[in-house]
Ligand binder design. Structure first.
Ligand SMILES: [Cu+2]
Length: 192
C-alpha cells in the first residue's frame, strides 16, 4: 500500500512539473540588466507577495540599481550610509499621480511602500542628484532579470497566450505575443 501511494505521489509530482512551462531567451541591443515580464492577463488577479524586497541606499548608490517586483509588493527602503538620503519617484511610467516622495531619513532606518501600480518607478534622491535606481513593477508574478549575457528565464508560467514585455534603462520597451506551451523561447532586441 505504501508503495502504491509513493508511485502515486511521483505521478502527481511529474504531472505538476509538466503543466508548468517557462519562457526564456535573450535580450540584445543593450548592455547591463534588463527585465522581462508577462504583461497583465485579462481576468487574472494575483495575491500580493508577503515578502518585502529591500532597496538599499549604500555607497551613495541605489542597490540593486534595478529591482523587479510583482504588483502589490511592499518594498523596504533602507539607508545604510552615514549620510541622510531621500527617496522619491516623480511618476510610475509617466503617471504622475503614482509619483511619491518617501521623505529623508538617516542611517539604519527604513521606510516601506506598497507598489500597487504596474510600471516603472524611476528612483531619485533629492540630497544626491547623481543617484538613480529603478523599480519595475510587474503586473504578474511571471518576471525575470537578465544575466550578464542578456539571457533570461521566467519559470512556472502556465501554458497560454501572453504579451511579454522587455524593459531596459533608457531603451524603448518591446512587447511581443508569446504562446507558452511547455518550455518556450522568445528573444528581444531593444533600441534606445
Ligand atoms: Cu542620497
Amino acid at each position: 500500500m505504501q508503495r502504491v501511494s509513493l508511485v502515486l505521489a511521483v505521478v502527481v509530482a511529474l504531472a505538476l512539473v509538466a503543466s508548468a512551462g517557462s519562457i526564456s531567451g535573450k535580450v540584445s541591443g543593450v548592455s547591463g540588466k534588463s527585465v522581462v515580464y508577462v504583461d497583465t492577463i485579462a481576468g487574472k488577479i494575483f495575491p500580493a507577495p508577503a515578502q518585502h524586497p529591500v532597496m538599499d541606499q549604500k555607497g551613495l548608490l541605489f542597490q540593486p540599481h534595478v529591482l523587479v517586483v510583482q504588483e502589490g509588493t511592499t518594498v523596504d527602503f533602507l539607508n545604510s550610509d552615514n549620510v541622510q538620503h531621500n527617496v522619491f519617484w516623480p511618476s510610475i511610467s509617466g503617471d504622475k499621480k503614482a509619483g511619491h516622495n518617501l521623505g529623508t531619513w538617516p542611517k539604519g532606518e527604513k521606510r516601506s511602500w506598497k507598489f500597487d501600480h504596474a510600471g516603472v518607478a524611476s528612483l531619485l534622491c533629492n540630497v544626491h542628484p547623481e543617484m538613480s535606481g529603478y523599480i519595475v513593477v510587474s503586473p504578474t508574478p511571471y518576471f525575470a532579470e537578465t544575466d550578464a549575457s542578456g539571457a533570461y528565464h521566467i519559470k512556472d508560467v502556465p501554458d497560454g497566450s501572453y504579451t511579454v514585455v522587455a524593459w531596459h534603462e533608457g531603451a524603448k520597451n518591446q512587447s511581443k505575443p508569446v504562446t507558452v506551451k511547455g518550455d518556450t523561447t522568445q528573444d528581444f532586441t531593444l533600441t534606445k
